[in-house]
Design a protein around this ligand. Structure first.
Ligand code: GLY
Ligand code: MN
Ligand code: MN
Length: 460
């Protein structure tokens, strides 16, 4: 049986064109401080094609489908310190590649592999120094020109091919993303319960206590890492979009915004929930929460095969614009109708990010947001807020198996003219959606999202 990775290599090989050859290295080990490294994370493109998570490896693939792997050599002494290495000999069988050699031979082997090829494909602008190394290898091929050796005459970005392949997730990938979503949801449930429990007991609850619940749930279920740095934001901290889990006190009466999720077997998840620290929404908190939730529901309803990537964002904005007028966040006498709010982007001070991004191996996954076949259909718009002319292209048409987040929010910093009851409230609700033929499957709903259900969970 051919492995999923071998199938992907065959698919990529067929796209390289006659004489094409691709070079795809994994990620380097990154030092944290002195003798400590950051936890190692493989390169997503490399892993997609090999399923191999060791550092120090590089895949070379020809258009004929011949795969050569360079990988760390066996080294009994280093393995005592750093752990088991697969090694080139075992790699051939374990990974289904045609040949494998020690990574120490990379610079001597690559020029030979590049001889008489037409185009060399490699990831552009993702691996520091790679383009210079490719130049060096090509330079060596050129020195053999007088012996009749041909040198590749063009270089292309292999990400262009792999991004398209990765955009639609196969059944194997969808299964992992579902499991990652369920684990992350469990972490959010634990964090909500911990917050309510500690406040009921009169304890001093801090953002890091809830972060600890998330990490516990992720690791306990076999997740290797958080998919990104957790945001656990108490009260006004929720209005800082990239706030990290810190040591701020979480107080009854405040909201807590948690944007945190695990990575499982190379695939991300991405969940945000906002909940009352002690398990009871105040009136103004619930009013804004219900508005964000309504906008998310509209965005979810707009997510299906055949719709555009922008459709959920536009649907969310339409609900938010009307709702901001209805609850008094915006004054209709000043900003006009909901249509005006959208046209003038008057919602922007309270909702300044987009509703969706692709998600997959990377939390902000690769993939073109413009429909490739319509990329030349450019229209000009004057942005009402900045007065600048912006170019727009038709956004991507959604297909079954594409995965995106749906994450509207409202963030109210104290501003003159904005009712005080809303000050310092920051709310985002984020779920992960697999596009299906007639809708989408939300894979992160094992944690409640309805306000009554959140209150019930936290007061159980
Ligand atoms: N957690 C990253 C994001 O929501 O985009
Ligand atoms: Mn997200
Ligand atoms: Mn998120």
């Amino acid at each position: 049986m051919t492995s999923i990775h071998a199938q992907r290599r065959a698919h990529l090989a067929a796209l390289l064109g006659p004489g094409g050859i691709a070079i795809i290295p994994t990620a380097p080990v990154v030092a944290r401080n002195r003798d400590s490294d950051f936890p190692y994370r493989h390169d997503s493109y490399f892993y997609y094609l090999t399923g191999f998570a060791e550092p120090g490896a590089c895949l070379v693939l020809t258009n004929e489908g011949h795969a050569t792997l360079l990988c760390q050599p066996k080294d009994p002494e280093r393995e005592i310190w750093d752990g088991y290495r697969l090694g080139p000999q075992a790699a051939v069988q374990a990974l289904g590649v045609d040949e494998a050699y020690s990574s120490a031979e990379t610079d001597s082997r690559l020029p030979h592999l590049l001889e008489n090829r037409t185009t060399v494909w490699f990831p552009f602008a993702t691996h520091a120094g790679l383009a210079a190394r490719v130049d060096g290898w090509l330079g060596q091929v050129r020195t053999r020109a007088r012996t009749g050796v041909l040198c590749p005459a063009s270089q292309s970005d292999v990400c262009q091919l792999l991004d398209e392949m990765r955009l639609v997730k196969d059944a194997h990938e969808q299964d992992i993303i579902r499991r990652a979503g369920a684990i992350s949801a469990r972490g959010h449930v634990r964090a909500m319960q911990r917050s309510a429990r500690m406040l009921r007991a009169g304890e001093d609850v801090r953002e890091y206590h809830l972060d600890a619940e998330l990490l516990h749930a992720f690791r306990e279920a076999g997740s290797q890492f958080p998919a990104y740095t957790s945001i656990v934001a108490a009260g006004a901290n929720a209005c800082v979009l990239h706030y990290r889990a810190g040591d701020a006190a979480i107080r009854a009466g405040e909201l807590v915004l948690i944007d945190a999720a695990c990575e499982l077997d190379g695939y991300a998840s991405d969940i945000t929930r906002t909940f009352p620290a002690n398990g009871r929404f105040s009136g103004p908190q619930r009013a804004l929460y219900e508005l964000v939730l309504a906008s998310q529901k509209a965005a979810i309803a707009a997510t299906h095969a055949g719709a555009r990537f922008d459709a959920p964002h536009d649907a969310a904005i339409a609900v938010l614009a009307q709702g901001m007028l209805d609850v008094g966040l915006l004054d209709g006498n000043k900003v006009g109708s909901a249509q005006d709010v959208i046209g003038q982007r008057a919602y922007f001070p309270f909702y300044m990010h987009r509703t969706s991004h692709w998600m997959g191996m990377d939390v902000h996954d690769c993939g073109n947001y413009v429909e490739p076949a319509q990329a030349d259909q450019v229209s000009e718009h004057v942005d009402a807020l900045t007065g600048q002319t912006v170019l727009r292209r038709p956004s991507r048409i959604l297909h079954p198996g594409m995965v995106l987040t749906i994450e509207p929010g409202i963030y109210v910093r104290p501003t003159e003219g904005v009712p005080e009851r809303f000050h310092h409230i920051g709310i985002r609700i984020e779920d992960d959606a697999i596009v299906t033929a007639d809708g989408c499957e939300l894979v992160t709903r094992d944690v409640p999202v309805e306000p009554d259900a959140i209150e019930a969970l936290m007061n159980a």
